[in-house]
Design a protein around this ligand. Structure first.
Ligand SMILES: Cc1cc2nc3c(=O)[nH]c(=O)nc-3n(C[C@H](O)[C@H](O)[C@H](O)COP(=O)(O)OP(=O)(O)OC[C@H]3O[C@@H](n4cnc5c(N)ncnc54)[C@H](O)[C@@H]3O)c2cc1C
Ligand SMILES: *[C@@H]1O[C@H](CO)[C@@H](O)[C@H](O)[C@H]1NC(C)=O
Ligand SMILES: *[C@@H]1O[C@H](CO)[C@@H](O)[C@H](O)[C@H]1NC(C)=O
Length: 473
């Protein structure tokens, strides 16, 4: 067996080298470790080898070799995921896509662009700077856009511009056996279509379990004429969240409405040297023409004041706005700084808007009762919020309490007709919750789709769906 195994390894490695060259493959321990984990608390599972293809033909040829030798394939974007998506649970081959980093086919007049999988959202927006266009989906981290499609990411702008799901028009995908497909037909980018099943949507949120995304065609937006940001403090969580619900019910096309509880704002004040009042707070942003922004602001201020909110603190110039949003995006690191040496785990539930006040209030009570540090930051305009759980990695008892808390929170969201993950994905830790969420019949349909596209179960095995035989965890 060993001789045969070594022979296979040699055959596979030399096939990989002939496809993407000597520097297109790495067996080094440091490189493998770096590709075996993301930003989550899940332990590192390094792949056996990392390949760095340069084009879709190389991705396809590499996949064919893996397919012939039954080797797992794990796509890797920028590794900023929060659910353990890139770990090589059964070893195998990590496909790092960072060498494919070209922006292709910008159609300014049609508001769309196609990107390779190594292009990050900041790189795309830098590329677009002179055009008056931008891509608004913004998870904070500088993630790859195809990785964002793979996890159905969103972030602070989704309340106005939608998530990756609303903003991907077409995908080029390499399947486990090397077949290259274009989910909406090669080169197509209509704004709407009624043509057949929506394969694009099937791959959005598939977390590398159905195929390797090698191109995404994305919607773009005009940079608004006016943008103003504001901060408003509230006497209670209920008042802040009620204001959010009322602003949306009033039809204000708000671009960002982010909630921070008093623990979170305190952490942000310390971490980013700010001095906002330590009470539940909303960070807001309005986009539009000068006049429309003024109208939106007037209406929103009326609503917040009727709920006991403070006067708005303004951020009108780009510099102040950027420092405000930087503070928000640094919330993760601000939370970690509350307890040096600890690790962070972010919960990610999402509920219908009307249930938001109740779930946040109950969750805060639960945190208090169980003596847990979990500052709350939320994309509340979408009904999505995160408890950034700061946990001592050397305290198993505390880890256990956090685990029970996160399960209770997810079930509370399910009981309120919501979801266990608004934007981070299922990855490793939420596979059982996914079954509870969609039910066994829907899970069976998902498994059927997986079997049809990847009959040998090579694509990122052990993620999203529970494996029927090989239980690794
Ligand atoms: C500080 C911080 C804040 C964050 N805030 C947010 C937030 O507000 N909203 C949000 O949605 N997310 C957030 N995230 C999570 C993360 O940025 C997103 O999940 C992002 O979409 C991951 O992209 P990536 O390229 O880093 O993917 P990776 O971590 O490399 O991979 C994630 C998953 O996608 C798969 N994958 C990656 N690329 C491809 C591809 N080309 N084809 C097929 N599968 C692929 C991987 O196999 C894996 O399963 C945050 C992360 C951090 C560290
Ligand atoms: C198909 O799915 C994509 C990605 O989620 C989405 O952007 C697109 O609008 C959908 N198309 C139709 C016709 O619903
Ligand atoms: C906004 O409110 C101010 C002060 O109340 C008022 O002067 C202004 O006309 C309002 N603007 C719009 C566009 O409604």
């Amino acid at each position: 067996i060993t001789v045969f195994y070594h022979l296979c390894v040699c055959v596979v490695l030399s096939a990989f080298r002939s496809i993407c060259g000597e520097d297109g493959i790495s067996l080094g321990e440091a490189v493998r470790e770096q590709h075996g984990k993301d930003e989550s608390v899940h332990r590192c599972c390094p792949p056996d080898v990392v390949v760095f293809p340069h084009c879709v033909e190389e991705v396809s040829a590499l996949a064919k070799v893996c397919h012939n030798h039954h080797l797992p394939i794990i796509p890797f974007g920028t590794g900023t995921g929060l659910e353990g998506g890139v770990g090589a649970l059964k070893g195998g081959v990590c496909f790092s896509l960072r060498n494919m980093d070209q922006v292709l086919d910008l159609h300014q007049e049609d508001f769309d662009v196609t990107v390779e999988p190594g292009v990050t959202r900041k790189a795309l927006n830098a590329y677009l700077r002179e055009t008056g266009l931008w891509f608004p989906v913004d998870p904070g981290a500088d993630a790859s856009l195809c990785g964002m499609a793979a996890t159905s990411a969103s972030g602070t702008n989704a309340v106005r511009y939608g998530t990756m799901r609303e903003n991907v028009l077409n995908l080029e995908v390499v399947l486990a056996d090397g077949t290259i497909i274009h989910t909406a037909g090669k080169g197509r980018r209509p704004r709407k279509t009624s043509a057949g099943y929506n394969l694009t949507n099937l791959f959005v949120g598939s977390e590398g379990t159905l195929g390797i995304i090698t191109k995404s065609t994305l919607r773009l937006y005009g940079i608004p004429e006016a943008m103003v940001s504001a901060v408003c403090s509230f006497p209670s969580v209920q008042a802040a969240v009620d204001s959010t619900v009322q602003v949306l019910q009033a039809g204000v096309p708000i671009a960002r409405i982010e909630f921070l509880d008093e623990v979170m704002i305190d952490a942000c004040n310390r971490f980013s040297s700010l001095s906002y009042p330590v009470t539940p707070t909303l960070f807001l942003e309005f986009h539009g023409s000068e006049r429309s922004v003024e109208e939106q602001v007037n209406l929103t201020e009326d609503i917040t004041q009727s709920n006991g909110g403070s006067d708005f603190q303004w951020a009108r110039d780009a510099e102040t706005r950027n420092s405000l949003w930087k503070a928000r995006h640094d919330a993760w690191y601000a939370a970690l700084a509350l307890r040096p040496g600890c690790k962070a785990y972010s919960t990610d539930v999402c509920v219908p808007l009307s249930r938001l006040p109740q779930i946040i209030v109950e969750t805060k009570e639960d945190l208090m009762e169980n003596r847990l540090t979990g500052p709350i930051a939320g994309h509340v305009g979408d009904g999505n919020f995160h408890c950034l759980m700061v946990v001592d990695p050397s305290d198993p008892e505390e880890q256990h309490r956090v685990h029970l808390f996160t399960e209770r929170l997810a079930r509370r969201a399910l009981a309120m007709d919501g979801t266990c993950t608004g934007e981070h994905g299922v990855g490793l830790g939420k596979r059982a919750l996914l079954c509870e969420e969609v039910g066994h019949t829907a899970i069976n349909v998902m498994q059927g789709l997986k079997d049809a596209l990847d009959p040998k179960n090579l694509m990122n095995p052990g993620k999203v769906l529970k494996e029927i035989t090989n239980t690794v965890f």
